[in-house]
Design a protein around this ligand. Structure first.
Ligand code: AMP
Length: 279
């Protein structure tokens, strides 16, 4: 079984022992309830580094009071088994008090890249993510850390803070892992009924349709409008956004835009689903 480390002291001695013997460390931060997406990040880490450490911490700072912090799925024993099968050597699973000890009062905020899309609909979210990820990266001190493109804007925010704060861990983005149906794997898929899972597929089919329309030269606003209608007809309860953006700034494309990213966030019942693909 992977060794479970509960506090920065044990973590530091575990890591420094390995670094002293010349090992390279890969790090995968997660909130647990692991699936094949997370395990793909861990396997990628193990293919590039001698050791992989996975953190499991449901971070209260990135949930607003009305969001699903309490009901977010938690399954440390099952996660630990899955990680063992993937060859992961250690898990950092701190309590809230360990991550945010009494007196903790710092917040990391990232500028313009965190403002549109998720930043608009979950205004508290990226400060919570940036704060926990910065603390985790500094505590672990890995050579490389792996994040999913599934959370594309989050990956851009993390790349930005790593660069701006000169954090000495390389940030690596890993393509989204999907079910055969195309549905992006997510711990929140556990909230979906079978019927909702079918409905959820409309997100990826619509994103792919948008990609084709963009390639064939259609006008962006028209593509976006048709896409929104598609999700509405599929019975989504609320559509936060379905949009084509500049892949670097995440703002609407301009003549300067080199690469596009097509992103969506929409609600089915209690579940907020996000997905994105390159344009
Ligand atoms: P989470 O536990 O949801 O915070 O995710 C932890 C990490 O796994 C983040 O870097 C996510 O982007 C990544 N991740 C989640 N789902 C997927 C997926 N389907 N494919 C690839 N990476 C993923």
């Amino acid at each position: 079984m992977p060794q479970i480390l509960r506090n920065p002291h044990d973590l530091k001695s575990y890591i420094s022992e390995r670094i002293a013997t010349g090992k390279t460390i890969g790090f995968v931060p997660t909130m647990g309830a692991l699936h094949e997406g997370h395990l793909t990040l861990a396997r990628r880490a193990l293919s590039e580094c001698d050791e992989c450490i996975v953190s499991i911490f449901v971070n209260p700072k990135q949930f607003a009071p009305h969001e699903d912090f309490e009901k977010y799925p938690r399954a440390l024993d099952k996660d630990s088994n899955l990680l063992e099968k993937s060859g992961v050597q250690s898990i950092f699973a701190p309590s809230i008090d360990v991550m945010y000890p009494p007196g903790f009062q710092s917040t990391v905020t990232v500028g313009s890249i965190s403002k549109p899309l998720e930043g608009e609909f979950r205004p508290h979210f990226f400060a919570g993510v940036a704060t926990v990820v910065t603390r985790l990266l500094l505590l672990v001190g890995a050579h490389k850390a792996y994040f999913g493109e599934k959370d594309y804007q989050q990956l851009q925010v993390i790349k930005t803070l790593q660069r701006d704060l000169a954090i000495p861990t390389e940030i690596i983005g890993v393509p989204t892992v999907r079910e055969e149906s195309g549905l992006a794997l997510s711990s929140r898929n556990a909230y979906l009924s079978d019927i909702q899972k079918q409905q959820a597929l409309t997100i990826i089919t619509t994103l792919r349709k948008m990609e084709n329309e963009l390639k064939s030269g259609a006008e962006i606003h028209q593509i976006e409008e048709a896409a929104r209608k598609n999700l509405e007809s599929a019975g989504f309860d609320k559509i936060d956004y379905i949009t084509i953006r500049d892949a670097e700034t995440l703002l609407p494309p301009t003549i300067e835009t080199k690469k596009h990213r097509i992103l969506a966030a929409a609600w089915l019942g209690q579940a907020r689903l996000i997905d994105n693909i390159p344009g």
